[in-house]
Design a protein around this ligand. Sequence first.
Ligand code: 5GP
Ligand code: MN
Length: 339
Amino acid sequence: MITEKTDPKLKIAMNQIIHHLKNSNRILLASHANPDGDAIGSLIAMGLSLDVLNKKTTLYNESPVPAVYNFLPAVERIVQHIDRKNVYDTAIIFDCSDLQRIGKDVSIVSRIPVIINIDHHATNTHFGDFQLIDTFACATTEIIYRLLKKMAVRINKAIATSIYTGILTDTGSFRFSNTNRSVFAICEEMSGLGVDPHSVARHIYETYSLGRIKLLGMVLSSIEISCNNKLSIMILTKKMLDETNTQPEDINGFVNYAKGIEGIKIAVLIKELASNNEEPEKPGRFNVSLRSDETVDVAAIAASFGGGGHSVAAGFSIESTLSDIKSKIINLAENCLGI
Ligand code: 5GP
Ligand code: MN
């Protein structure tokens, strides 16, 4: 296990960040658009911790908080707009491999004098003035946990629940390859601080809308298998979202079904973000989720489209036609799989 205790670079970064935060007063906290449990959990865990230190904070995410995370404490403090009149001395960006991942307000954030980059993606571009990037951490909230320990902040039940949520969701409920001893050690500690794993799991995985389940049915019906049964591709269209009255947040987790098929090495979910008005030959805007069985580095595939992520879970955004995206992915997959 590599942590700030064994990696001098992480230790220096932590000390510098702690020193800087002591002298900061107005801090903007932001995480990536279309947030997952780690992006939301990071904002809340750090926001509540900075309250204890009497810092003024704004918690920002471009997208609405997915409904399944509404049980988290202080979730109502997360705002979707940054008031241009607000003055910040520091911004902390969580779970973003590059600054653009925060979305439309990137130009406002770039003007904040000091930017702290806290993340666990191997493809992190090292943006900002201070970088705390631990690619061995299972979630950004694991890094926050270590930072809080070093800051001697008392982790209360609310902070613990946010840390636990980030770890639970980013490890796929303790199933992904980033699940290790330290994950269980931290979660054991969080449970001792009052986190109720059953209650958290019920909120996150058992409060789906009927629309989401119908959407899942449509997406599952779109599965196509190719590359000698090693590649699975699923499609989600804007029309499916409209027909089921669902939001992009409802797609979280779908790609894992494509990955769960026996023999599949690369799983792909192509999501149409902006409609091309049902004219498949016209380009539309898509976000693509990639997953691998660990034998293939899908971050490299994502990077060739300008995206990023981890070797087993990555993604990219693209403006193109569906058929063009599919054939490019199949070509790259054939290369990776040696077909
Ligand atoms: P997901 O498929 O769950 O949306 O994302 C999987 C991983 O890929 C996450 O680590 C996420 O940060 C990354 N990712 C997804 N979409 C994009 C993208 O458009 N750009 C970049 N740089 N990373 C992405
Ligand atoms: Mn994460």
